[in-house]
Design a binder for this molecule. Sequence first.
Ligand code: PXL
Length: 271
Amino acid sequence: MCAMRKAMTIAGSDTSGGAGMEADLKTFQELGVYGMTALTVIVTMDPHNNWFHNVYPIEMHIIEKQLETILDGIGIDAMKTGMLGSADLVELVAKSIDRYSLKNVVIDPVMVCKGIDAIMVPDAAAAIKKYLVKRADVITPNTIEAAYLADMPKVNSLDEIKEAAGRIKELGAKCVVIKGGERMERDEAVDVFYDGKEFKEMSAKKIYPSYNHGAGCTYSAAITAGLANGLSVEDAVAQAKAFITEALRHSFELNQFSGCTNHAAYKKSLK
Ligand code: PXL
């Protein structure tokens, strides 16, 4: 018999396959972790209208049944959140983390989608700040989400990223990883890791063309898989950075609107 580590993602389905639970499951698989999903919303893209995203929520009672299946029925070694879509669902996730004493909790506070920098569902974002930040072993905002959580007008420079990481840590997250990403005002994509003791900068050269749809989901899923496999937070984040860097180096075009990260690239690079 083989002891398989298990991880759950509470996330939306990206029908185009690069982000959301599709990215999470592919990443879990690549890192040898058994993945399970509680599906929150289905996102479709309009090929006739500039790839416009539509979001279709799953009913709450169905999400509760999915959580019951996984948490009462099976059990997990780590979990992550993705697009939650409503304040009620954020509260349900917080209650489930407490009720089942869940460990290795990675919160990807998805509030914006590529190309749109406005917070998509303000009530859900406020609930993430109130209920989920303090329950996170690791929280992985991008610079827009970090600015919202840290209550700062903008987070673009390295100094601003560090300031935001400190503020988010004060809200109760155990460890903060802010993804500098392509929005950063420099040639390198710098992520900042802060566990309350020291700031660690992890930088990689920006890659063009940037087919980076799903990069945030993939990165946080790789951290989750590392934790499920028993790595320390620091080692899980370092492995995830290597995973996403390879996935971006081998990213590919999906169509004229979008291109996504290559989930298979990291494992191939090890051969
Ligand atoms: O990358 C953010 C994101 C998260 N989750 C789902 C998505 C997207 C972006 O399209 O569709 C389901």
